[in-house]
Design a protein around this ligand. Sequence first.
Ligand SMILES: [Zn+2]
Length: 162
Amino acid sequence: MQQLNATQIKKSFINTSRREVEKITLPPNLAEIEWAELDYFGWADAKIPQRAYIVVPVDDVPRGLMLRAVPMAKSQAMCSWCEDLHETTGVRMFTAKKAGPSGRNGNSLGTLIHGNFECSEIVRNPPRAVEGHNDFEAHVSMRVDKLNERATSFVKRVLGEK
Ligand SMILES: [Zn+2]
């Protein structure tokens, strides 16, 4: 994804009030992030417990989501974004308030995501034995595409576009 600065990130949010945006704590090292290696940018708020954020480029426009981590009964789950079969620990359930009036009326959507937001790194890992051993690059590029599709699709659902 394209590099983003603090202003662009704060302007990207689609399911927050202006007051909530003012309270967002951004990660300290935005300039050092390898943006080109990311399909989405996610982080936990250092000051607000259970609060996290994800910015996803949708048709080249950054769209930010405010998320809330909710307790899960299971300690392992498949991440709905990268769908990695092996990295099933550290996956957390998050809810995103829907954009606009729907969200203000209390509607939200849940999703399972790696709690450290490392899906972009995971899909670029070398394939394990049974997966894609014939063509590593095609395998990774397919996984990257799928991750982008799933991230975009979730944002569109939050926006109420599908
Ligand atoms: Zn993941």
